[in-house]
Design a protein around this ligand. Sequence first.
Ligand SMILES: [Zn+2]
Length: 341
Amino acid sequence: MTRRCSMFRVLTSVAICATAGVLIAAQPTTDTHRFTEIRNGIYLAQTTDPVFNSNALVIVNDDDVVLVDSHVTPSKARDLITAVKTLTPNPITALINSHHHWDHAHGNQEFADIPIIGHEFTYTKMSTAPLQEGTYTRGLAGNDARLARMREQVAATTDATERAQLEADLELFAAHVRDFDEIAPVPPTVTMNDRMTLHRESRKIQIRFLGRAHTGGDIAVYFPDDKVVFTGDMALGGPSYLGDGFVDEWPQTLENLKALDFDVFVPGHGSAVTDLNRIDLVQAYYRDLWQKTAAKHEAGVSVTEASQTIDLTNHTLIPIRQVGVDPLTVQRIYDRLENPD
Ligand SMILES: [Zn+2]
């Protein structure tokens, strides 16, 4: 199959046009972002700074741009807005939130003048004390712990060249942490429960709720004509963060995802995935995780002991190499068992 190579106005670019295969490996890069064109003006956008951040999707249409996910801070969202201008002069007219998590949605305030589309659950989460959410406060604690480790490394080194590099890394990360002070969460302004379609001249952008998974309101953004789907954190190349997850329902949600006609998916973190068998592997892992954790719960085993003894090393292709599960995951599954809703 022959595909057209897009033209980019970018600071630097590496454009490799494939004449066969699934992906067009065009990767324009700016000071802040690397874009990977998945198909026909649908770009995966990733920040180049070495900080934790979500993917975003940039959908360049004939007359406008639609974004999925707003990044981790308002500062990173502004970087994204600037970087998108190197791809197209078209205006950004809508933002879609894949789910409410801070790393995907705390840039929302930079899009307050356009519709922000999300699931009802996402609206509820983001309009009800989002800065007190456990997943967010643990993220802040993780930032502080990393800052402390980086300061210790600077203090410990005796090599001047290494110290200069570590200090530069520390300053970059400290600036990123300071950016969090600016966060004032903005929930979606347009909400949906089941599905919604944005009709553009040459494409349909389907926003689909396929069931509870990584959160109670994950949506997939599906391009039926291009056979592409953006999955957010509902489907990554491996297991996702499970602290707010519905592990009992998640395999069925992924089954619903597989019922869509696509041959590449763009996850909320990491590269685009063309090996769709990864979804089957993760489904099997979640089923097994749920059953083994439920058995521990049934036997009255504590969260701590269960987290040290649950053995999922049979999932060699994930791969799981050590016995044990994150205590947060065990706690979440115990909570689901004790308070099903
Ligand atoms: Zn998430």
